[in-house]
Design a protein. Structure first.
Length: 187
């Protein structure tokens, strides 16, 4: 099963992102029900390993934290593959990321070693962008420099299955883990 762990986005934040997506001159918007902030991509894993991992995630205690999204960025190397909103690296978010990665290692899941750049992917680009798409992308990045959303409180994270379809991925929530409010301020 192809799986990942992600912070679930509160409904008001999803609505704000959808409004931004409606104004984008380039890229294919990520469907609202697929918007999330990935903590760890697990790749293909046996169900028994995911069950052990689920037990580890369910026993974790972590607090809710404020989600601030500021500015647009592209990822994917020399030819951008995705457009995303950067997330502030709140200490509680970074600690949750570290704890999820440690739980994955304990469950026997090998994760890619890469720097964690918290973000929400909001659009994808098709291979072979033309010059016109590049110009629209530069315009979009210029317009998005001042984009700021938040704070919104992150109330949960989840274990998701990602099913690849010919034209997109479909995400299914397998398990949801609450992030209780231990007095952290956020809206």
């Amino acid at each position: 099963m192809r799986a990942f762990v992600a912070v679930s986005l509160p409904a008001p934040l999803v609505e704000a992102i959808a409004a931004l997506q409606a104004r984008m001159p380039a890229g294919r918007p990520v469907p609202e029900n697929n918007l999330h902030l990935t903590l760890a991509f697990l790749g293909d894993q046996p169900q028994s390993v995911l069950e052990d991992f689920h037990e580890a995630l369910a026993s974790m205690t972590a607090a809710s934290f404020p989600l601030h999204l500021k500015g647009l960025d592209v990822m994917g190397g020399a030819v951008p593959k995705v457009l995303c909103l950067r997330a502030d690296p709140d200490p509680a978010l970074m600690a949750l990321h570290d704890r999820v990665r440690n739980a994955a290692r304990v469950a026997g899941i090998s994760l890619e070693r890469r720097r964690f750049r918290p973000h929400v992917t909001i659009a994808r680009f098709r291979a072979g962008q033309g010059a016109g798409d590049g110009a629209r992308l530069r315009k979009l990045l210029g317009l998005g420099a001042d984009v700021a959303m938040g704070p919104y409180k992150a109330h949960s994270f989840g274990l998701y299955e990602s099913v690849l379809m010919p034209d997109r991925a479909v995400h299914h929530l397998l398990a949801d883990y609450p992030l209780p409010d231990f007095g952290n301020p956020a809206g």
